[in-house]
Design a protein around this ligand. Sequence first.
Ligand SMILES: Cc1cc2nc3c(=O)[nH]c(=O)nc-3n(C[C@H](O)[C@H](O)[C@H](O)COP(=O)(O)O)c2cc1C
Length: 371
Amino acid sequence: MNRKKFIGIASGTIIATVTTSYLLSDKRNLLRADIKLENDNKETLKPDEEEILFLASLAPSGHNTQPWFIQYLEPYHWIIGNDKSKWLPAVDPTQRETILSIGTFIQNLEYAASYFGYDCHWNLLAKTNQDKQVMEVKLNKKELKNAFDIAKIKNRRTVRSDFLSNVLKPEDIKYLVNSESEFIHYLPVTSKESQFINEQTIVANRLQCDRNPAQQELADWIRFSTKDAEKYRDGLTTASMEIEGFSGWVVRNFYSKDNVMKKDFREKGIDKIKQEVSQSAGWILITSKDNSVATLLETGRRMQRLFLKVREKSIAIHPMTQILEEASTRQTLNQSIGISENIQFILRSGYLKNYPSPVSLRRPVDWFIRK
Ligand SMILES: Cc1cc2nc3c(=O)[nH]c(=O)nc-3n(C[C@H](O)[C@H](O)[C@H](O)COP(=O)(O)O)c2cc1C
């Protein structure tokens, strides 16, 4: 075999191997739309119960842990529970964010129930953020009026990239804040308070990513491969972290929990945060009068009502909670921005040119039902 022929065969073999490896690799981000929904609960749930609980589960939660479960008492009569196995002890040691997330679930549930013609009757059971049984709910048939548009629940998503930096229009702020100006505060990007939150968000993220237990907890909730994303249907996927194209392919095929603990992963994380805070219309803060379970649930509901209104105005919101999770940044926040109430949510806001579809995954309803 002459040299030319050998090089030809060798490069052909290499190209064939690389092509085959690529074809066999985890090629694209798994999206919510890729998952086929099946009703596996035909014997357990009425069709509208299944729909209502599925819509409720489209609520946001920290690291997408989905910390709720449903104790099924009888048709249209359930207890909403707090699933301890989904807590985030390293960043949320008092389960404040768990209860806020369950509040967002409750708001979705109520809106979804109204769409199917039910009123919800609520009975608070939890006295602490750790109690297993949070809220009892009974659905009663009502006249079909003021039904919520469930497309808003289906289309809501957290967006993290490509925010425009123009301030929110007064009419949009008015629509979002509505009659809740006591609890919802907009700090425009031009204000010194907004600049302070930008800086502190970077400081808090730096503190948190240097804290190994917090970084380990993040690693535990990242679903690197499509196989894991399909298996768990929760956590953060390459799609929900908005890691696209070649970078997404690398992460899906070559990354594991160990990479998250490495210095360059932490550095890249901070660079991403810096880029994110440089793009915004400012911050929306949600405050509360106290920290009781009832108030935290109501605050989660308030946040979800707001979240379900932003898409129609082409506004994205991105919860960035690290300032509240790190003690040193949390302690100076209120005084520095002149707010005396309890700050429960810190939301980066901004207009988007193109609003992407939701991509984060959810566990099927039968995975979170307990008979
Ligand atoms: C209490 C709470 C805290 C959150 N904190 C953060 C955060 O610090 N950073 C972030 O990128 N997203 C945060 N999120 C957004 C979640 O990651 C997001 O809701 C989840 O991944 C599901 O995605 P979706 O909102 O698009 O459905 C938070 C959400 C909630 C409810």
